[in-house]
Design a protein around this ligand. Structure first.
Ligand SMILES: *Cc1c(COP(=O)(O)O)cnc(C)c1O
Length: 387
């Protein structure tokens, strides 16, 4: 009786992934396009490192794909987030609003700036920051001084809101943009998981003043490792390029640096891999959406859990598929995880919530009930595009 849900889930996975070789990984890259050719070009030409034609091409391809005016390739998504926050004007002792339901990199990047993560709750229909709950919270928390928002309890300036598009599903960007406008916050998107996703027809990563994407090995497009800063603000884009490349003034031989810069640039050999992968993004999204439809239809037949569907008005890349166990059966989650992993289907719970991690336990935060509930019930399913 107690094993009903685990058995049902196993049965659905068996049907949806019948042809797949076990163990079936959670998310695996495939290199079926020009990867070998482009990487070989790098090796043959000797341009493997910090400059090269593939870096420039990757940046323009990314900008074209997401519709932004500037894309700056960097070494990973965390570095991209760090740079987005710095360029948004986040300073030491500022607070930055961000979801507790996210990967740890979001919070780490805030701390790299000397700022304090201020943790907010999620909306169960998007898995992203809940705009209504955030607005109500800000109304009681914030004191406005000129254009700026200050936390009445801590006295610190609240500078920015980082939203994250969980598993590729867009957060409610329109409502969240409005909250930012009303409280003088800079909107930053952690779009690490959502390359190829759209909110109301406009790509994620194109809504924030600055956005970060990731090309880690488990993301929908991989460069081996890598990331990018996206922005429609050309000046900020140029500054991002400057600061991530050691802030060196262009000169034929002299080493003149005009700021404390970062060596965050993406090597050309990684950009080569990324270019080839990016060519396959539309196909990957199509395949992943087809897999999601298969899961959706199959899970419709079981009770006690539901397959998470893209929010209204959104087209999601379905980076990681998610099953949501009903609240009253949340205690079955570990059994579902154990049974599926034993059977060779790699499934995973969501990340630990940020306020549960020792270094972020004391961060300021609102009531986080929805995130708590979601974190106890999410099971991520095998999601590779080729499945
Ligand atoms: C992957 C990821 C990052 C970090 O990207 P890296 O390239 O691994 O540094 C940041 N935020 C979220 C939500 C992610 O999923």
């Amino acid at each position: 009786m107690d094993n009903d849900l685990a058995n049902d889930v196993l049965d659905v996975l068996g049907r949806c992934l019948a042809g797949a070789k076990r163990p079936v990984a959670l998310h695996e890259p495939r290199f079926e396009g020009n990867e070998w050719r482009y990487v070989k070009e790098c090796l043959d030409s000797g341009w493997v490192s910090s400059v090269g034609a593939f870096v420039d091409r990757y940046e323009s391809d990314l900008a074209a794909l997401t519709g932004v005016r500037r894309a700056v390739a960097v070494v990973n998504g965390t570095a991209a987030l760090h740079m987005c926050l710095l360029l948004a004007g986040v300073e030491r002792e500022d607070e930055v609003l961000m979801p507790t339901l996210t990967f740890v990199a979001t919070a780490n990047a805030v701390v790299y700036c000397g700022a304090v993560p201020h943790l907010v709750d999620s909306d169960a229909s998007t898995l992203g920051v809940d705009p209504e709950k955030l607005r109500a919270y800000m109304e009681s928390l914030v004191e406005r001084r000129s254009d700026l928002a200050f936390n009445k309890l801590t006295g610190r300036r609240i500078r920015a809101l980082v939203v994250m598009h969980t598993f590729g599903h867009p957060a409610d960007l329109e409502s969240l943009s409005r909250v930012c406008g009303d409280f003088g916050l800079v909107l930053i998107e952690d779009a690490a998981e959502s390359l190829g996703s759209f909110y109301k027809g406009r790509p994620t990563g194109n809504w924030g003043l600055l956005s970060a994407v990731s090309f880690n090995g488990n993301k929908i497009v991989t460069a081996g490792g890598g990331g990018a800063i996206l922005t429609n603000n050309v000046e900020l884009g140029d500054l991002a390029k400057h600061l991530t490349t050691t802030a060196r003034r262009p000169h034929r031989w002299e080493f003149v640096h005009d700021a404390v810069g970062y060596n965050y640039r993406l090597p050309n050999i990684n950009a080569a891999l990324g270019c080839a992968q990016l060519e396959q993004l539309p196909e990957s999204v199509t395949r992943k959406r087809a897999l999601a439809v298969r899961y959706r239809d199959a899970f419709a037949s079981i009770s006690g859990a539901s397959f998470f569907l893209e929010p209204e008005d959104c087209c999601s890349n379905y980076w990681l598929n998610a099953l949501l166990i009903d609240p009253e059966l949340a205690n079955q989650r570990d059994r579902v995880l154990a049974a599926s992993n034993e059977a060779g289907f790699m499934t995973r719970p969501v990340w630990s919530l940020m306020h549960r991690l020792p270094m972020y336990a004391a961060c300021p935060r609102m009531n986080l009930d929805v995130a708590e509930s979601l974190a106890s019930r999410v099971v991520n399913l095998p999601s590779s595009a080729f499945l």
